[in-house]
Design a protein around this ligand. Structure first.
Ligand code: AGP
Length: 614
């Protein structure tokens, strides 16, 4: 949830750290702070509440200079967003400073113990127990790394930390405990970088090491030593990241969300690149490590995910069941981890996650693997935990997604699940080469059709003009488009703060129809498929109750205009791929309504990009 950056080397540490935080602000924006080991031999801290730009102004008014520093953007868990609760946190005697992501679950007893020993606390955060513990261990004569290890051994919960000490002015220590978001080391020449996410340091290096659970690194400007929490040296695996740093920048667009909506045609191409052979009509997914034997031994697939990724999973169920004829269940990670699902070695669990660091999805995945399931993941962030723990994965290749509201990761994950369904179907012998060629051919057109939907945003600007004052919205869909309705409602809620509900259209008469009146816009996903006529009756039912209907319909459907008040046209494709296209109007509608209402589209209140706590 929180963003972390650390630097040691010849550059100005405050600048490197602050610039890195700018690329991570989407992770949390309740407060931000930087600590630098200043040239006067003291730790200088600058912290402020609210957006990162407040910290920027503070640093401009009151600069700090030094060659080693750490910084943080906060998404508050313990303690209100305030200056005193902002990170970095410093020990009582001013010798140690810490930035932290996660939750110290036993912070209350630790705090009470420390208080009984005379420690005074300056904040209400759980983080502060970490820094006070390290400082006390250092004062008792332990070395820096041992003091940090002793501290980590006392913490319960999933936590990621970076620690800096006056007593070791040439070292930073970072560590990861559980799934509280990543810790990445960036390897430079005579300089080293630490970050919770790759984009923060991509400008400086592409060679990165990802800390696994219960690993710690002692970092100097000339290198690093990776160990486990007992101090045993470990052999690091260096990954070279091939992301384009430019795609992490907004460019001509007003918001990252808008840019990422427009990235979709390219992201869809990128996700197929090297996997789909359009000439031969074949699909290969080498990183999935699929064999005929494995696939034929499976009797079900369980998709686990959260939020938008969960809705993608609901669409994936339709795709995989239709293409591969294998039963698929879809579960929220946060629910799945707390019951006793029926899983064995004949089950494959497929995690869908943009960040690859969502705590609930990761725990659910690990639990399933412990019960004998094969673990797969569809993930965007290269090197993230979900990718690393999987037996097989598909990298979405959507590029960095910065806007908190997920857009391109949703549609690329749909293309990935479609490809997975095709490959599974082929291995199970239910897709013939001729059928496969047809599926590949349908897929080939999708990026171009997605591009057509992005040519003119004025229709959405006009709709935003009409609807921006609505209090509630209802999104309706049937079959494979029902999860698109759920996603449409979630997008609107997230970024415009308008209450919205997604509903299976056939269920409307069992309750939500009571909500419909002349103030209630109803978005109806009514593209031409097997259920089109049913959708038309739902539209008529909504109209009869005075509802204002905005239909998403297939291009060239002249008749729908007689039923609905407003129509958005989308190009036709196969039923299984239609959700990719139908989602784009949902994204653009929410985006323009949020812009009209003056909302902070990229950083909606109370949200964070990756939810690395429970
Ligand atoms: C999407 O718009 C969300 N902000 C959120 O629901 C997100 O999809 C969810 O937290 C899961 O994230 P993940 O894909 O990184 O696991």
């Amino acid at each position: 949830m929180c963003g972390i950056v650390g630097y040691i080397g010849p550059r100005d540490a405050a600048t490197v750290v602050y610039d890195g935080l700018k690329r991570l602000e989407y992770r949390g924006y309740d407060s931000a702070g930087v600590a630098v080991l200043a040239q006067n031999g003291r730790i200088a801290i600058r912290r402020d509440v609210g957006k990162l730009s407040n910290l920027g102004s503070l640093l401009a008014e009151s600069p700090v200079s030094g060659q080693i520093g750490i910084g943080h953007t906060r998404w508050a868990t313990h303690g209100e967003p305030s200056q005193r609760n902002a990170h970095p946190h410093i020990g009582m005697n001013g010798h140690v400073v810490v930035v932290h992501n996660g939750i110290v679950e036993n912070f209350l007893p630790l705090r009470e113990e420390l208080a009984a020993e005379g420690v005074t606390f300056a904040s209400e955060t759980d983080t502060e127990v970490i820094v006070q513990l390290v400082e006390r261990y250092l004062e008792s004569g332990l070395g820096f790394d041992t003091a940090v290890r002793q501290t980590l051994a006392q913490l319960e919960g999933a936590n990621a930390v970076v620690v800096m000490s006056l007593d070791q002015p040439d070292q930073l220590i970072c560590a990861r405990l559980g799934n509280a978001g990543g810790i990445t080391l960036g390897l430079g020449r005579d300089e080293m970088f630490i970050a919770s996410d790759i984009p923060a340091i991509l400008e400086y290096t592409r060679d990165m090491v990802f800390l696994e659970n219960r690993q710690m690194a002692l970092v100097t400007r000339h290198g690093y030593q990776l160990t486990d929490l007992e101090g045993e040296p470990l052999k690091p695996e260096v990954h070279t990241i091939n992301w384009d740093p430019v795609s992490a920048v907004k460019g001509e667009f007003k918001h990252f969300m808008q840019k990422e909506i427009h990235d979709q045609p390219q992201a869809l191409i990128d996700t197929m690149r090297g996997r789909v052979n359009f000439e031969k009509g074949t699909i290969t997914l080498p990183e999935m490590n699929l064999t005929t034997e494995l696939v034929n031994s499976l009797n079900k697939i369980i998709i686990v995910a959260c939020g938008t990724s969960y809705y993608a999973g609901l669409i994936g169920k339709f795709m995989i069941e239709a293409l591969a004829r294998i039963p698929v269940e879809v579960e929220y990670g946060s629910e799945f981890r707390y019951y006793d699902p029926i899983i064995d070695e004949h089950t494959a669990v497929l995690a869908i996650t943009q960040s690859g660091e969502t705590a609930d999805t990761l725990v659910a995945s690990e639990q399933a693997r412990d019960k004998g399931a094969t673990l797969w993941s569809i993930v965007n962030v290269i090197g993230s935990q979900s990718m690393r723990i999987a037996d097989g994965y598909i990298a979405m290749q959507a590029g960095p997604e910065i806007g908190v509201a997920s857009t391109k990761a949703f549609t690329t994950s749909l293309a990935d699940m479609y490809m997975l369904g095709c490959v599974l179907g082929e291995l199970r012998g239910v897709i013939t080469p001729t059928k496969m060629r047809g599926f590949v051919n349908d897929l080939a057109h999708i990026p171009n059709l997605a591009g057509q939907l992005l040519e003119d945003e004025s229709v959405y600007e006009n709709l935003a003009n009409v609807f921006h004052n609505a209090q509630d919205f209802l999104f309706l869909g049937r079959g494979i488009n029902y999860p698109v309705a759920l996603e449409g409602a979630l997008k609107l809620k997230e970024i415009s703060y308008i209450h919205a509900e997604g509903y299976p259209a056939g269920e409307m008469k069992h309750g939500p129809i009571a909500l419909i009146d002349e103030t209630m816009p109803v978005v109806a996903l009514a593209t031409s498929d097997r259920l089109y006529e049913k959708m038309v009756s739902n539209i008529q039912q909504a109209k009869t109750r005075g509802g204002i209907v905005l239909a998403v319909a297939t291009q060239g459907n002249g008749a729908i205009g007689r039923e609905a008040d407003y129509v958005i046209e989308v190009p036709a494709t196969s039923e299984l791929l239609q959700p990719i296209l139908n989602t784009i109007p949902m994204q653009l509608l929410s985006y323009h309504i949020a812009v009209w209402r003056g909302c902070d589209v990229d950083q909606p209140r109370n949200l964070a990009k990756s939810v690395t706590v429970e």
